[in-house]
Design a protein. Structure first.
Length: 312
């Protein structure tokens, strides 16, 4: 059975900005990172570019923000592999070391004239609007808008990776968690005379709304990929049901010439790995796969309906 081809993120519009040349140097720097961090950086850049488009940002800003997404985690070059790749939860001591990737990335960018424009993306992408982030605990007024975009793209991809999403089914659960980060800390909600920093959440709600649109695009992209595979499955089922028809006629035939005729027809229809002995099993596998893919399509359309109703 042919494998279903699907990448969690839809193809980006990066070519329309001629970013291949613009980012050539940055991509070479990214090559020093481990594959996991590099893939994450590419995903964040993808998301930044598309969020900027939905925010109707100009080309220069979009290109700049996209490159910031590419280089935001360069500081992880300086984090020990046993901490960076640890599968379980980090200890408090390990987390403090992990947090230094922001300052390491900033210092690395500041020492390199080509990377210097993106230094604040490396430094501030874990800062939160309400001052609860790191490394400096700055608030919204001191966090550049492009960094706020990188932060949301970074957090979304980190959650997607942690939860090991292979499909956008149930992706609305992740978006609901991100919505919580746009809201003030619940422990302050019932208090009067809140300070400005206590009235805001961790991330920018306006930017998050644009991420929702990107996720809907990606979900529609997945639907289109699954639909293509459904067409393939239907073609295979049709072919195998014809084999089954020939197989029945072959067994019912009384003349040897007729039996040979249908057997030859079966032989021409069989594909690699199939035989007269196993084609019925293969047929049932294709039918089961079709049921599962049709259900996934329904589930994905339902996810889009849920996302469209989410309020930030």
């Amino acid at each position: 059975m042919k494998d279903e081809q699907f990448d969690f993120y839809s193809p980006t519009n990066l070519k329309s900005y001629n970013l291949e040349q613009t980012m050539k140097y940055q991509i070479e720097v990214l090559g020093q990172l481990d594959m996991f961090t590099r893939r994450h950086s590419e995903n964040v850049a993808n998301l930044c570019c598309r969020i900027c488009e939905y925010l109707h940002m100009g080309t220069k800003f979009t290109v700049f923000c996209t490159i910031c997404g590419f280089v935001h985690d360069l500081g992880k070059l300086f984090i020990p592999a046993e901490i960076l790749n640890k599968p379980g939860k980090l200890t408090d001591e390990e987390f403090e070391i992990m947090k230094t990737h922001t300052t390491h990335g900033y210092n690395m960018c500041m020492k390199d004239l080509k990377l210097r424009p993106y230094a604040l993306a490396a430094l501030d992408h874990h800062e939160m609007l309400n001052g609860s982030g790191y490394p400096n605990g700055i608030t919204k007024k001191d966090i550049p808008y492009y960094v706020q975009i990188v932060t949301i793209a970074d957090e979304y991809d980190a959650i997607v990776t942690k939860r090991q999403y292979k499909t956008h089914v149930n992706i609305s659960a992740t978006l609901k968690d991100l919505i919580k980060d746009t809201q003030p800390d619940p422990k302050f909600m019932a208090l009067d005379f809140l300070t400005e920093k206590e009235k805001v959440g961790k991330i920018n709600g306006k930017i998050l709304k644009q991420l929702f649109k990107v996720v809907i695009d990606d979900t529609n992209y997945e639907i289109s990929c699954v639909l293509q595979y459904v067409d393939y499955l239907r073609d295979q089922i049709k072919r195998l049901e014809l084999i089954k028809k020939y197989y029945t006629k072959m067994n019912e035939a009384t003349k040897e010439k007729t039996k040979v005729y249908y057997k030859e027809g079966i032989r021409l229809l069989l594909q690699s790995g199939e035989s007269i002995e196993n084609f019925e099993q293969v047929l049932e596998e294709y039918k089961s796969a079709l049921i599962l893919r049709n259900k996934r399509i329904d589930d994905l359309y339902n996810e889009i309906r849920i996302i469209k109703k989410l309020k930030v």
